[in-house]
Design a binder for this molecule. Sequence first.
Ligand code: HSE
Length: 400
Amino acid sequence: MIYAAVMGYGTIGSGVVKVIEGHHDYISKKTGKDIRVKYILDLREFPGDPYEDLIVHDVNVIMDDPEIDIVVETMGGTKPAYDFVKRALLAGKSVCTSNKALVAAYGPELLKIAEKRNANFLFEASVGGGIPIIRPLNTCLTADKIIGIQGILNGTTNYILTRMEDEGLGFEEVLKDAQALGYAEKDPTADVDGFDSCRKIAILSSLACGKTVDYRHIYTEGIRLITSEDFLYARAMGRSIKLIASMYTDGYDTHAIVAPMMVEKSDPLYSVRDVFNAIKVTGDVVDDIMFYGKGAGSLPTSSAVVADVIDAAKHIGINLKVFWNDEELQLCGIEEQKRKFFVRVKNSAKQAAAEQFEVEEFIDAGVEDETAFVTAPMTEMAFAAAVGSLPGVIGRIRMC
Ligand code: HSE
């Protein structure tokens, strides 16, 4: 018998317990591992809950029990998650977490402790919820140098953008509705301002490059400024607007960004709608591959956490090497990134736009008193300088 403890009995923690216990016989048959949840750590009581008897309030019960080989961390945030996870690893227990904030901030340190203690620090659910992406990067794609990763890594913003596109609504209106329906948090900042996607692409970039990509150094823009008119232009161009998180490396220079982008119809990310996530990975051997599925939710996320628990159970006393050390990878500044830009301007600025930019096309979407254009590829620095001196600019979105 292998015993696990779950820290945090919220949406994900309760799903994890339900899957480990509810699928116990199936998991045991499929993997040969007899795994049971021995404790659930939470500050609250859960009267009437089927696993009420497993609730403990003191983390020392878990840390001091030599029978606990695996600790699941589903508390979220870094305090006290970081202290608890570190203690568990130092005690030689493996940790499986869904916590992207913890992994993005302390990943390499926690991986190093796990390695020293012949234990494992696993975090499949920290990016893409139920989508297997961390394990494929760590196992299936080890023959490849990863050249690029591009994804829709946040379900909340993708849901909001999809509804804006389908129903012609404004951002604030859809956000309020999404909050009422429970799709968006009361404080939506982490999702709508791109911070959640930023941490996720930092984790993926670190695993792709083997060094630490500091999420604080990734240029990040959210979706608050996207309007229903932007979608009229997107439609006129046969495109959609998605919050894209991406990294690209040639082995020397590495670029990363999180920002809303105009995605063309032929791009598989175009068809990713609602709360779904998708991640495109480009390897120098395999070429392009894509992962798609539910990026959030109790059961999809639990699927990933419990797969980690099973992996940990199969490797007790054996550290699984993860390609991610604590040396910081210096990202190139945003100003060096090169792409096309979509720009909306007042009609009166059309002539000036044609003079100041190499315009690839003007777009008419029937919006009163304005027009839009797409630039030829240019650096962010050149674009910022040119757009700064153009009068009548209404907005701009990067082309994907
Ligand atoms: N808030 C996240 C999302 C949940 O909307 O995708 C999963 O990290």
